[in-house]
Write a protein that binds this ligand. Structure first.
Ligand SMILES: NC(=O)c1ccc[n+]([C@@H]2O[C@H](COP(=O)([O-])OP(=O)(O)OC[C@H]3O[C@@H](n4cnc5c(N)ncnc54)[C@H](OP(=O)(O)O)[C@@H]3O)[C@@H](O)[C@H]2O)c1
Length: 304
C-alpha cells in the first residue's frame, strides 16, 4: 500500500492534531484518537481522518479502538504514541497517586496501546513512533515527574526496538524541545495545585513561582533564546521527524528536534553525563582515549 494507515493518539490539539492533518494531507488514512465528543466531531470533518475514542489509561477503550480499526479491514502500518500530559511541581507536592497518574498516561499509555496494536503492525512490517521529549535526556527542578516519564519512554523505545527488529518493525522516539501546543494550558490547573499545596520549607519558593505565573511569558523576538527567553517551535518540526520515522527506508532511533539553543543544551548535558560516568575508579578514559572512541563511533555510523 502506497499510503498505509497510521494511528495517532491524542489528536485533539497540539502535536497530535498537527500530525494527524499532516498525514491525511499526504494521502494516509489516519485513525486519530481523542477523548471528547467535540473533538470526534471536528476531526471527523477532515478527509481521510477516522476519529476514535480512546483514553490511553483505560484498557477497554484501547481494545474498543482496536476492534474499530480491525473492522475497517485496512490493517495498521504505523502507531504514533503521542498522547501525554505535563504537570510540573516540586516533588514534595506529588503524592504516589499523582505520580502514578502521570506515568499512567505518558508511559503505561504507550505500553498499553502498543501491546494492543503490535500484531497488526508486525503484519504490516510497520513502524512505532513515540513522542518523547528533550526531558527524556535532561532534567531539572519542578520538571522531575514529567522528565521521569520521558526518560522511561526513551528506555522503552530502545528495548522495544530491539525486541521488534526481528519482526521487521522499527521503533523510534521523537524528542522535541518546546513546541507550541495546548500542553501548558491543559497542565496548568495541576501545576498550579502543586505549587499551591507546597508546605514549609518549600512554601516561600513555591509562592515565588506562583507570583511568576502572573507575569506575561511572551518570548522577546529581538533577544536570543535563553533559559528565560524560550522560543517554542511549530509542531511542524515534530510532524516532519515523525514522518521520517514512519516512512524513511532507514529510520533513526532518535530524532532530536527543536531550536539550536535547545539542541545545544541537550548535547552539553549528554557530554556532562558521559564525563560523570567516566569519572570513576574502575574505568576512566583519558582525554585522548575519549576522542579516539568518539572518532570510532562517528566512523561506525558512516558505514552502518
Ligand atoms: N508541547 C511541547 O513543548 C512538548 C515538548 C516535548 C514533548 N511533548 C510531548 O508531545 C506530546 C503531545 O503534547 P502536546 O504538546 O501536543 O500537548 P497537548 O496539546 O496538550 O496535547 C496532548 C494530547 O494528549 C491527549 N491526552 C491527554 N491525556 C490523555 C489520555 N489519558 N488518554 C488519551 N489522550 C490523552 C490530549 O487529549 P485531551 O484534549 O482530551 O486532553 C491531547 O490530545 C506529549 O506526549 C508531550 O509530552 C510536548
Amino acid at each position: 500500500m502506497k499510503t498505509p494507515p497510521i494511528l495517532v493518539t491524542g489528536a485533539s490539539t497540539g502535536i497530535g492534531n498537527h500530525l494527524a492533518r499532516y498525514l491525511a494531507e499526504r494521502g494516509h488514512t489516519v485513525f486519530a484518537t481523542v477523548r471528547k465528543a467535540q473533538d470526534m466531531e471536528s476531526l471527523g470533518q477532515i478527509e481521510r481522518v477516522i476519529p476514535l475514542q480512546m483514553d490511553v489509561r483505560d484498557r477497554q477503550s484501547v481494545e474498543a479502538a482496536l476492534l474499530k480499526v480491525m473492522e475497517t479491514g485496512l490493517g495498521l502500518y504505523g502507531l504514533v504514541n503521542n498522547a501525554g500530559v505535563g504537570e510540573l511541581g516540586m516533588f514534595s507536592t506529588w503524592t504516589d497517586e499523582d505520580l502514578f497518574d502521570i506515568f499512567n498516561v505518558n508511559v503505561f499509555g504507550p505500553h498499553r496501546v502498543t501491546n494492543a496494536f503490535v500484531r497488526l503492525i508486525i503484519e504490516a512490517h510497520g513502524r512505532i513512533v513515540n513522542i518523547g521529549s528533550q526531558g527524556g535526556m535532561i532534567s531539572s527542578k519542578y520538571f522531575g515527574p514529567y522528565t521521569m516519564t520521558k526518560h522511561a519512554l526513551e528506555a522503552y523505545t530502545v528495548a522495544l526496538n530491539d525486541e521488534l527488529r526481528p519482526y521487521q518493525v522499527w521503533v523510534s522516539i521523537v524528542q522535541p524541545g518546546g513546541i507550541i501546543s495546548n500542553i501548558g494550558n491543559n497542565s496548568f490547573p495541576g501545576t498550579l495545585a502543586h505549587f499551591e499545596r507546597a508546605e514549609p520549607p518549600f512554601r516561600d519558593e513555591a509562592q515565588q513561582v506562583l507570583a511568576g505565573f502572573n507575569q506575561p511569558d511572551e518570548p522577546h523576538p529581538d533577544e536570543p533564546e535563553s533559559a528565560s527567553n524560550r522560543k517554542p517551535s511549530s509542531p511542524e518540526i515534530v510532524s516532519v521527524a515523525a514522518y521520517d520515522a514512519l516512512f524513511s527506508e532507514k529510520p533513526k532511533l532518535r530524532y532530536l528536534v527543536g531550536t539550536h539553543w535547545e539542541g545545544n543544551r541537550v548535547i552539553n548535558a549528554l557530554i556532562q553525563k558521559l564525563l560523570d560516568e567516566n569519572d570513576n575508579p574502575q574505568h576512566n578514559y583519558s582525554r585522548d582515549e575519549l576522542i579516539e572512541l568518539l572518532d570510532r563511533h562517528i566512523e561506525q555510523r558512516k558505514t552502518a
